[in-house]
Ligand binder design. Structure first.
Ligand SMILES: C[C@H](N)C(=O)N[C@@H](Cc1c[nH]cn1)C(=O)O
Ligand code: ZN
Ligand code: ZN
Length: 476
């Protein structure tokens, strides 16, 4: 069977306006999984995804994954997980594409140049929340199957999809779904493919590792209500002062994590890794320019890459209950919740990290002799993931990149987290590849997130070529 690659790429090129229009419709849905008020939009997004796959003749199911418990103790249904299947030829490999259609929050007041939920094309860049993370890559996979179908070209592999709506909050409910479907939906899956990350530079890349993430809430509670800082200031022990005090003990100004035991668990960087990082294309000056800073924690490429991919870090994200509006409200907040996360790398274990962080914060808080109450909770405990780059899946990826982009891909890691990756690996025991199509400067989770038309369309061609390459892998 000859690979009709030219026909497929021509088809993709001539349908690019339609692909952009579908992305526009998807971006228009405010499928923010972190805001329960947006849950109807998120449910609608899951329905739209299912309908799209059904219209292509897929065997589609919307899997109920139970309830989400809210901080108040109330519960709401989690968004359903969409599964789909195209083909069930026992002589072919079966691949399962995982992606998500929920997004991070976005408001124009955050500093967006365009409406975040109105996909806007400026000089070939498609700006919109979720454009790159992860709606365009999910659509690119769907369009891949559609292109084969439209040209009546047999799919080289059976293709399954698992599309979820809670990735951005830690993939709640998905671990249990994978466990309960391991002997059914996943039984005939050979390989899992994920395209929820980006390149490091303009050079295409294959990703072989992600960091995990442990996300904590540190709640400090004092008086029963907010107080006037002039009337009560100087007499009460303020929860915010306590919280800032303990948050400041997590990490040094130079970036060293101060929680005992955390750094000791990290697998040392090997000489091979060091050499590999040296050979990777990464323009430090451009990186600084893009994010608008003059100085970074480290000045050389290898240190920067190692600290982005290979070492843990603490980030303080925000304080719930703190006064943050414009103006000068003179309040003593009664209860504040500090939110921070620690990115995880091999050989850290979230269960151990949870205890290390909780014990440490309680001991730092104890030193303050404060009468306020501290409660520490780990709300996400996602493990890091690492692939075997010697697996034929990676060779197939290199071949597909060469075919579409005429260069060899960089072999990279992702500093972000795909919470479910490690569960896929441990539960299904299938090999996983991450095949990014996002650009290095897509601004995931930031203002002005974008996906370039180039990456969206050439990325679709990459997936078309990749399915062909995977179809060539020898079956045992
Ligand atoms: C890399 C992926 N596109 C992503 O953005 N993942 C999120 C997942 C997460 C981790 N903790 C909470 N959510 C991320 O890395 O922040
Ligand atoms: Zn994502
Ligand atoms: Zn994300």
């Amino acid at each position: 069977l000859t690979f009709q690659f030219d026909e497929l790429t021509k088809y993709i090129d001539s349908h690019q306006e339609e692909y952009v229009q579908t992305l526009r419709e998807w971006v228009a849905v405010e499928s923010d999984s972190s805001n329960v008020l947006k849950r109807p939009d998120l449910d609608r997004m899951m329905n739209i995804t299912a309908e799209k796959l059904k219209a292509m003749g897929g065997n589609v199911e919307m899997v109920d994954i139970g309830l989400q418990e809210l901080p108040s103790g109330a519960t709401i249904p989690l968004p359903k997980v969409v599964t789909a299947q195209f083909g069930s030829d026992a002589t072919k490999h079966t691949v399962c594409v995982y992606g998500h259609v929920d997004v991070q929050p976005a408001k124009i007041e955050d500093g967006w140049a365009t409406e975040p939920y109105n996909l806007t094309d400026i000089n070939g860049n498609l700006y919109g929340r979720g454009a790159s993370d992860n709606k365009a890559p999910v659509l690119a996979w769907i369009h891949t199957v559609q292109a084969y179908q439209a040209l009546d070209i047999e799919l080289p592999v059976n293709v399954k999809f698992v599309i979820e709506g809670m990735e951005e909050t830690g993939s709640n409910g998905l671990d249990a779904m994978i466990l309960s479907h391991n002997d059914t939906f996943f039984a005939d899956v050979d390989y899992i493919m994920i395209s929820d990350c980006g390149w490091l530079s303009r050079r295409p890349a294959l990703t072989y590792g992600t960091r995990g993430n442990c996300y904590f809430f540190a709640e400090v509670e004092g008086p029963t209500q907010d107080l006037h800082s002039g009337v009560y200031g100087g007499t009460v022990i303020e929860p915010m002062t306590d919280l800032i005090g303990i948050l400041d003990t997590l990490i040094s100004p130079g970036g060293k994590i101060l929680i005992p035991g955390i750094l000791e668990a990290v697998a040392p960087l090997s000489d091979e890794e060091w050499t590999m990082y040296q050979d990777i294309e990464f323009d430090v000056e451009n990186y600084k320019k893009k994010i608008g800073v003059d100085h970074l924690m480290y000045s050389n490429k290898v240190d920067l890459l190692a600290h982005r991919w290979r070492y843990p870090t603490v980030t303080i994200h925000g304080i719930e209950g703190a006064f943050s509006a414009p103006g000068t409200k003179t309040v003593i907040p009664a209860k504040v919740i500090g939110k921070f996360s620690i990115r995880q790398v091999p050989n850290m274990d979230p269960a151990v990290v949870e205890k290390q962080v909780t014990d440490y914060l309680h001991s730092m808080f104890g030193r303050r002799k404060s009468p306020n109450k501290l409660k520490v909770t780990m709300v996400i405990g996602a493990k890091p993931w690492l692939a075997d780059t010697q697996h034929p899946l990676y060779e197939a990826g290199q071949e597909a990149v060469r075919k579409v982009f005429k260069v060899d891909p960089d072999m990279i890691r992702e500093g972000g987290t795909i919470p479910i990756a490690k569960t896929f690996q441990d539960v299904t025991r299938k090999s996983i590849i991450m095949l990014p199509i996002g650009g290095f400067d897509d601004g995931l989770h930031s203002q002005n997130e974008k996906m370039s038309r180039y990456n969206y369309i050439e990325g679709t061609k990459l997936f078309v070529a990749y399915l062909h390459e995977v179809g060539q892998i020898k079956r045992n």
